[in-house]
Design a protein around this ligand. Structure first.
Ligand SMILES: Nc1ncnc2c1ncn2[C@@H]1O[C@H](COP(=O)(O)OP(=O)(O)O)[C@@H](O)[C@H]1O
Ligand SMILES: [Mg+2]
Length: 356
């Protein structure tokens, strides 16, 4: 007897700078989903935020953008004409309006099961300043940093410049709090570069971070699970450029990857333990990729950030690390879907108990 097929709605595209990466991630998820077990509904979200049910994420961007689109907003006249009958949603949306808790909130409101992190964990992970507060609270190693608000920068520029110079040795990094893909990030090597770096980061956010630069290695680790999360073998990113910037990530393709990373058994263990602790610290569920910086001299490992919808292309770290840890891509997807259902069921049970 074959168990009943589940219908998965893939949500992809989206309004962020990572729209194109989302198309690639969704295409590889689509290709790796076992079609004997799952029906797939493909929902493309265009750069303006309009939804369109399409044949599959394998279509070209031109085709994806063709035809009528609709909004999910109840007060808008231009609504989807046909209901979407999915058992579970899979947001494959990187960055703001997808990875930040907004779409997760919409799905929670609709009482729909979905894959990956929920509202609070997504929102915390999107905000690098908030993430660091929580990591520090849980005694996880984070780099020395300052959080700067735009209003303070405008009013007390000299004070803030003085504080940065006093507290952060060169080189250091300046970045927007809530973004991804290295957009708005600068490496500051001389004090004269500070104002331009700060202004650049404030183009994208009203809150930014200046953080000590760690010269050494960049490590990443995949985490999977709800209440008992597990970590994959760690991987390594070897950027071609000065740091892992936007061009290095998406345009040049010269970045090298260590899958798995060459580490001693105790370093591997340390990265895995820290990954699980970081995942638990923000109350994450489903999946996340935790990124690290390792000091080249001291070999101290710092937790850098946590990504709740990591890249899912055929060559992305998240699925690759699971593959080398013994979990092939199609099985990883099944597990993620199962975890999404489990979390939803648990929440529903809690609600029913409460309303009794
Ligand atoms: N404190 C730091 N020390 C060294 N390199 C850093 C630091 N912060 C950022 N970087 C470099 O910039 C890249 C992007 O920064 P990250 O904080 O990961 O932002 P994003 O969310 O855009 O990926 C990192 O992959 C790394 O190469
Ligand atoms: Mg990063």
């Amino acid at each position: 007897m074959t168990p009943e097929k589940k219908t998965i709605a893939l949500l992809f595209g989206g309004r962020s700078a990572e729209h194109e990466i989302s198309l690639l991630s969704a295409a590889s998820i689509y290709s790796n989903l076992d079609k004997t077990k799952f029906e797939i509904i493909s929902i493309f979200i265009d750069k303006k935020g309009n939804w369109r049910v399409v044949e599959s994420p394998l279509l070209s961007p031109e085709k994806l953008n063709k035809g009528s689109s609709a909004t999910f907003l109840p007060w808008d006249e231009n609504r989807l004409s046909q209901p979407i009958e999915a058992d579970i949603y899979f947001p494959v949306l990187h960055g703001p309006y997808g990875e930040d808790g907004t779409i997760q909130g919409l799905l929670e409101m609709a009482d729909a099961p979905f894959v990956g992190a929920s509202v609070t964990d997504s929102a915390i992970a999107m905000d690098k300043a908030m993430t660091k507060i929580i990591f520090k609270g849980k005694n996880l190693p984070v780099v020395r940093h300052l959080v700067i608000m735009e209003k303070d920068w405008k009013q007390n520029r000299e004070n803030i410049l003085g504080q940065i110079r006093k507290e952060l040795p060169l080189p250091f990094f300046v970045k927007p709090a809530c973004l991804g893909s290295s957009v708005g990030i600068s490496k500051v090597k001389e004090n004269s570069q500070i104002p331009a770096a700060v202004d650049e980061a404030f183009r994208y956010d009203r809150k930014i971070l200046a953080e000590e630069g760690i010269q050494g290695r960049e490590l990443e680790c995949s985490v999977l699970g709800n209440d008992d999360p597990e970590a994959s073998l760690p991987g390594e990113i070897i950027p071609f450029r000065e740091f892992y910037d936007y061009d290095d990530k998406y345009n040049e393709g010269k970045t090298r990857f260590g899958i798995p990373a060459e580490l001693t058994p105790s370093q591997t263990k340390e990265v895995q333990c820290l990954s699980v602790e970081a995942f638990k610290a923000i109350g994450c569920s489903g999946m996340a990729r935790v990124d690290f910086l390792m000091d080249g001299k001291t070999e101290k490992i710092y937790v850098s950030e946590i990504n709740t919808i990591p890249g899912f292309t055929e060559i992305s770290m998240y699925p690759k690390l699971w593959e080398v840890s013994g979990l092939p891509f199609p099985h990883l997807l099944e597990r993620l879907i199962q975890l999404g259902f489990e979390r939803h069921e648990k929440k529903k049970r809690g609600r029913e108990d409460y309303s009794r």
